[in-house]
Design a protein around this ligand. Structure first.
Ligand SMILES: Nc1ncnc2c1ncn2[C@@H]1O[C@H](COP(=O)(O)OP(=O)(O)O)[C@@H](O)[C@H]1O
Ligand SMILES: [Mg+2]
Length: 285
């Protein structure tokens, strides 16, 4: 199966009066890398959550190729090859890197974190483990497979999150702030991994990110959200020179870079933290 096209068609999401998404529309071409940017509270995480079926839309449609996914449950969307990472890391800190990746392989819907051995035949388990080792190698975690996830340095945790999303063998990969909290070198490296994954795994990628260096260097196109609405869309060069974007978002060079903040510090503007994390544990592949 090849990289799919994603169509977001006039998607609206209301939370008791608040319009988190207001007729958001854009298309992501097969095999392209599409960034969603915007200030805190713009609706970026909400958008990713509706793409995965975690938040049911109030209106509009979402299509992955010809398949409408708008009203599907998260596990059904995942089964269609939509894999994602979350803004707040959801790995299991007490499990090994290998076990975290094995769980990523099978989804959390049924078995939770119960030992994979209980529900996989041995031969099947070996096959999955071989693939998990390949993915770990790809992201540079081969020598950490036996480490306890909770003890990993933050940069490795972000790679683990990314690797876990890849373990689903997604066709559409959705990443929420993949480089948040990483230093410049780590951010660049993870950006390169996204490019490499797109090329070798034939993926379409949608990602939310504040790090404009990474966004501008890996995105083919960018959608800019503000107050739940699309305020601009285009190539990195077009978006960079768009006056609306510069005034709404890019034009604040003196503001502290959100990526420089302490990764353990919860984003005060992000009310998704409590909502999505437990659900993510149950539904993320
Ligand atoms: N589960 C929720 N319940 C109520 N309001 C929410 C919920 N999730 C997000 N919101 C609100 O929707 C808006 C967009 O939030 P979010 O998608 O997290 O923005 P971003 O990721 O761009 O920072 C914010 O005003 C936020 O407070
Ligand atoms: Mg967010």
């Amino acid at each position: 199966m090849s990289a799919p096209r994603l169509a977001v068609d006039e998607v609206t999401l209301a939370f008791s009066g608040l319009l988190a998404l207001d007729k958001v529309a854009f298309t992501v071409e097969p095999g392209s890398i599409h960034a969603v940017i915007g200030p805190n509270g713009a609706g970026k995480s909400s958008l990713l959550n509706v793409l995965c079926g975690i938040y049911p839309v109030t209106g509009g449609r979402i299509l992955v190729d010809e398949q409408e996914v708008t009203r599907l449950r998260p596990d059904r969307v995942a089964a269609l090859g939509v894999g994602r990472t979350f803004q707040n890391i959801v790995v299991s800190p007490r499990e090994s890197v290998l076990d975290n990746l094995m769980v990523g392989r099978h989804g959390l819907t049924r078995a939770g974190l119960v030992s994979t051995a209980l529900w996989l035949g041995r031969r099947e388990q070996r096959r999955h483990e071989a693939r998990v080792r390949e993915i770990a190698e790809f992201v540079g975690l081969s020598d950490k497979l036996d480490s306890t996830a909770g003890r990993l340095p933050f940069g490795d945790l972000k790679r683990l999150e990314f690797a876990r999303a890849l373990c689903l063998e997604p066709r559409l990969l959705i990443l929420d702030e993949p480089v948040a909290g990483l230093n410049a070198t780590e951010s660049w490296e993870l950006g390169q991994l996204v490019l490499a994954a797109r090329a070798s795994l034939d993926l379409t990628v949608v990602f939310v990110e504040h790090d404009m260096g990474v966004v501008m260097s890996i995105a083919d196109r960018i959608t800019v959200l503000d107050f739940g609405r699309v305020v601009a869309e285009g190539t990195p060069a077009e978006v960079r020179s768009d006056p609306t974007v510069v005034s709404a978002y890019l034009g604040a060079p003196d503001e502290p870079d959100p990526d420089e903040s302490d990764p353990d510090e919860p984003d005060p503007d992000d009310s998704l933290t409590a909502e999505t994390e437990p659900r993510a544990e149950r539904t993320s592949p």
